[in-house]
Ligand binder design. Sequence first.
Ligand SMILES: Cc1cc2nc3c(=O)[nH]c(=O)nc-3n(C[C@H](O)[C@H](O)[C@H](O)COP(=O)(O)OP(=O)(O)OC[C@H]3O[C@@H](n4cnc5c(N)ncnc54)[C@H](O)[C@@H]3O)c2cc1C
Length: 434
Amino acid sequence: MVWDFSTEPEFQEKLDWMDRFVREEVEPLDLVFTAPGDPFDPASPAQRAMAPLKEEVRRQGLWACHLGPELGGQGYGQVKLALMNEILGRSRFAPTVFGTQAPDTGNAEILARYGTEEQKKRYLQPLLDGEIFSCFAMTEPQGGADPGEFRCRARRDGDHWVIDGEKWFASHARFAEFLIVMAVTNPDVPIHEGASMFLVEKGTPGMEIVRNAAVGPCYGVEGVHAYLRFTNCRVPADHLLGPEGKGFEVAQARLGGGRVHHAMRTVAVLRRCLEMMCERALSRRTRGVRLAELQLTQEKIADAYTRLQQFRLHVLYTAWLMDRDGGYSREVRREISAIKAAMPQVLKETVYAALHLHGSLGMTNETPLIQFWQLVPEMGLVDGPTEVHKISVAKSLLREFAPHEGLFPSYHIPTRRQAALEKFAPYLTERKEA
Ligand SMILES: Cc1cc2nc3c(=O)[nH]c(=O)nc-3n(C[C@H](O)[C@H](O)[C@H](O)COP(=O)(O)OP(=O)(O)OC[C@H]3O[C@@H](n4cnc5c(N)ncnc54)[C@H](O)[C@@H]3O)c2cc1C
């Protein structure tokens, strides 16, 4: 039996290189290219600035490490990916510089698992090579958390599928060479058996971006989350991705990975908050002492550290389970939902503590903290709201228990004590006799 929290020295060297590279070469991109779409917009000058950095990442053998070799990638497994993402999460640009940005990682996973050879050649390879960006369109304007509300339909017409309906919050649609779109193909069965996935290429007639929503109070700025409309949008029959009617099974292959990658990157945000808190507490003075000397500040720092450690270990444990099980076993899905549900809460507590410790400066656009604050609701919604994940965790746990017959529970002390007294009766008699 092995429980080992150490990192092998060769991989630690890679992590050390990554840490230096992200801090010195990648983080400066965040300070210059600030439009919401810059990391993914092929027309942004940021792409040219990123090109030599991507080359360097390739030279180091660290490009696109999210897919394992069995899926055509060059990944090292989820534990190593977790350790890498703990660094990449420091910067908005780092995932793109390392070829592991959402939603492309999840889309690559779907294509690798369900794509035909032709689909892999046409879409997966250029995606893994970082030549194109992609989009995943599942959520609809009238219903996101509940797929039972989905209305977007696809019907077969000869050797084509015809898609009609709308999608909402389809991230990066305006930069994507192709979109993976979920549509109902059989409305007469429950949605979990009646939805399918389609590959829709950029510029397909009948697909229209109504507008691009931006996250946060940046009024007038074009965001990256598309409101899409499909009107009589025809795609060839071989653009069906995965089996007809299995859209949800296909989606799970990407959503699980997406959720755990967000959690891995969240570790980086928690760590950055802690670093900022410590530096600020040691630097700032009030009433003649440094903030670091005040016990209520020390409590904030200690709590932030404990939350970071607890969350990080849960994420790494989940990654380890994924490596062990080689996919999304029931146990893996439960842990992913648990960390997904915990994420907004730990972020809320830690980012707020860090922001508050910085006083008015924390509220400004002069530290990363106010941007991190936006992650709190974002991480509570992206890839499914917290409530839905908590429900999954609870249901999965409850499946392992059975109701207890009788008036009092199985752990009722008087009942158990009676049984224990009977078990040890000979010894009790001995004592009386003595
Ligand atoms: C930054 C970001 C990026 C995203 N990118 C994509 C993307 O690329 N592609 C895509 O398809 N979608 C994307 N989404 C959408 C995301 O998947 C949805 O926001 C999410 O599934 C919730 O759907 P909704 O927003 O419609 O909320 P709703 O379904 O309207 O839910 C609103 C609230 O209702 C409550 N609620 C819902 N269901 C339950 C329940 N069962 N029990 C208790 N309370 C409940 C929760 O409080 C929930 O937050 C993205 C979202 C964000 C924030």
